[in-house]
Design a protein around this ligand. Sequence first.
Ligand code: TYD
Ligand code: MG
Length: 422
Amino acid sequence: MAEEKTVSAGRHVASLNSPGKVEPVSLCSIEGATENRMLTGIKEFDRILGGGIVPGSVILVGGDPGIGKSTLLLQAFAGLSQKTGKMLYVSGEESPRQIKMRADRLSVSADNIVLLPETSIEGILDAAIKISPDAMVVDSIQTVFTQELSSAPGSVGQVRECAAKLMMFAKRSNIPVFIVGHVTKEGTIAGPRVLEHIVDTVLYFEGDRGHSYRIMRTIKNRFGSTNEIGIFEMSDSGLREVDNPSELFLSGRPRNVSGSTVVASLEGTRPLMVEIQALVSRTNFGIPRRTSIGVDFNRVNLLVAILEKRAGMHLGGMDIFINIVGGLKIVEPAVDLGIIATIASSARDVPIGPKSFVFGEVGLSGEIRAVAQANARLKEASKIGFERAVIPVGNAEKIDNNYGLKINGVKDIEEFLLSILG
Ligand code: TYD
Ligand code: MG
């Protein structure tokens, strides 16, 4: 199991000040410094950070090896260095030459970036104090070690202790520190998860090897909202921001084929049009198979039960496969109507019009419930050329602008199926 070795003599590292030297201060006497955020110039990245980097904050960037963490941070630092000043890039994984090669490939200006190929945390902090950069990155936390512990780099104790030291350094110096953490295969024991409660902000970089796009998700943010996502595309010359993700996720969508529905979903503050596909076919033998990719499996089973009970559909002898196109994951309940529509469309073999989309939550008695931010969803759909929306009546009644869309408000699942499938 995970080793738990603490350093009794060095225990003070976890506290921000030396023991006995802290004085209580009144809250109103502290100067607010929230607006001095540093911008990387990569809009998607600044936005998921809550509008730029807060000085003195510690930001964990996690993700699978090879997903693009180092690439993104090098691009962000290049942007920062042009606006702000000196950047320190500590790498325990790559040599300065390799980083230079990457910088050339990304064609970013590296004038103000100082590289440090160091893995001892004491060495890193000494250098950081001397160089006094405007921001620094430690890539990755799994390669760094403290001499106070005898365990190997990457072990739970090392990862935690080194992160605590970086945290203390950031708070004292007011220099923001990015920590890169690989998500390890074996259940993330010594990975970024053990650091989530220590750091200020946690960003996870996800993506599918089969696709070129990458999604950065905010899991925790002491200085901004969570559930924000930023969407990037990995190209030959680094990560590019995707300005219109809805178009990306809808490209290649089949026309006039049953079992495909578009949902206006909301990720954080950003509306996103995504396609849900279903394949409903007769079970050949034994128990029907149910598979869902990108949406909660239990939610799908519940919606199937609602379709059987409240809409009289016979799905008992059917295999049902659900997939969100593009490898996205959607957790919000507004996706319910999309799942219902796509299953019904496939089961009855009736295609849904290519210019129609849906959103809405479904209750156990088959009622359709209103969801948050209907306006943002409608606006996004209208922007990329949709014409017709079938949405909860509770939302339809309150809309002040229809954005040129034909809007059908529906109150229960029967009314909904009639409206969307005809
Ligand atoms: P990297 O940033 O090294 O990943 P991480 O730090 O998360 O381990 O990204 C490596 C991958 O990205 C590698 O498979 C090559 C690819 N890549 C590109 O496709 N284009 C580029 O311009 C760069 C720099 C990398
Ligand atoms: Mg890397």
